[in-house]
Design a binder for this molecule. Structure first.
Ligand code: NDP
Length: 243
């Protein structure tokens, strides 16, 4: 029997911020379409935890950068059901000073973050427009707002996400689809591995890293009825760093 609960598609949700968002939205009553790229074991564990909230969790392994793979997985599902919420969260970083940056380091980051936004959003959007409702939340980054040496690729992609958020919000507002971005600062996930945390902490007024769950609370609000007059905005969640 098909569930009557709203569906949330969360990309990059097998761990880190995406997993916290999937858990929170499940707690809010959404069935979850949980995308990840290749870590099947982490995804299985994530599914088990998400389903403890009494919702269903459908695992959708695909590379968001691969437009053909995105469509092959999503189109058969979209023929039957339409997600109410899409959270474009999948992202990677491959830091290097621009002078030393390999073409692949540039294109991998741009095609995962910006290409992933384009591939997944475009695939889901027609169904959302038809349903005349929806919420899209794009996970950007403080790096879109502040200079970060070594992250020209990542900053360009995340600033692009904010620009795309504003333009798409204006395109689909009359269809009752709200589009916002969330820009986390330093959040405790595997993505921070290798960064000098001791040098970063003094720059954060709250003097600690953020938790994935804290980002998930903001995303949850943006997907709720309470956020019904908010669109085209980028919200920073960074412990007070002024950027
Ligand atoms: P993690 O590295 O902890 O997790 C990344 C997740 O994304 C995994 O589930 C991974 O799946 C998935 N993923 C990576 N590449 C792809 C892809 N091409 N297609 C599908 N899924 C993919 O990252 P975070 O949780 O830290 O980051 C989540 C988002 O938040 C990213 O967009 C990141 O840029 C942003 N962000 C993070 C910050 C932080 O401090 N952590 C700060 C600001 C922004 P798999 O394991 O299968 O590869």
């Amino acid at each position: 029997m098909t569930s009557t609960r709203k569906i949330a598609l969360v990309t990059g949700a097998s761990r880190g911020i995406g997993f916290a968002i999937a858990k929170q939205l499940a707690q809010d009553g959404f069935d979850i379409w949980l995308n990840y790229r290749s870590n099947h074991q982490a995804a299985q564990e994530a599914k088990k935890i998400v389903e403890e909230f009494g919702t269903t969790c459908t695992l959708l392994p695909f590379d968001v950068a691969d437009s053909k793979a995105v469509q092959e997985v999503l189109n058969p599902l979209l023929a039957k059901q339409t997600p109410y919420a899409l959270i474009n969260n999948a992202g990677i970083r491959k830091d290097n000073l621009l002078i030393f940056m390999q073409d692949k380091e540039w294109t991998d980051v741009i095609s995962t973050i910006l290409g992933g936004f384009h591939n997944v959003t475009k695939t889901v959007l027609a169904a959302m427009i038809h349903a005349k409702q929806g919420r899209i939340v794009n996970i950007a980054s403080s790096a879109a707002h502040a200079p970060v040496p070594g992250q020209t690729n990542y900053s360009a992609a995340k600033a692009g996400i904010i620009g795309a958020t504003r333009s798409l919000a204006a395109e689909v507002a009359k269809r009752n689809i709200l589009v916002n971005a969330v820009s986390p600062g330093f959040i405790e996930t595997e993505m921070l591995e290798g960064l000098p945390i001791d040098k970063i902490l003094p720059l954060i007024p709250l003097h600690r890293l953020g938790k994935p769950e804290e980002v998930a609370h903001l995303v949850s609000f943006l997907c709720s009825e309470k956020a019904s007059y908010i669109t085209g905005q980028a919200f920073q969640i960074n412990g007070g760093i002024c950027v």
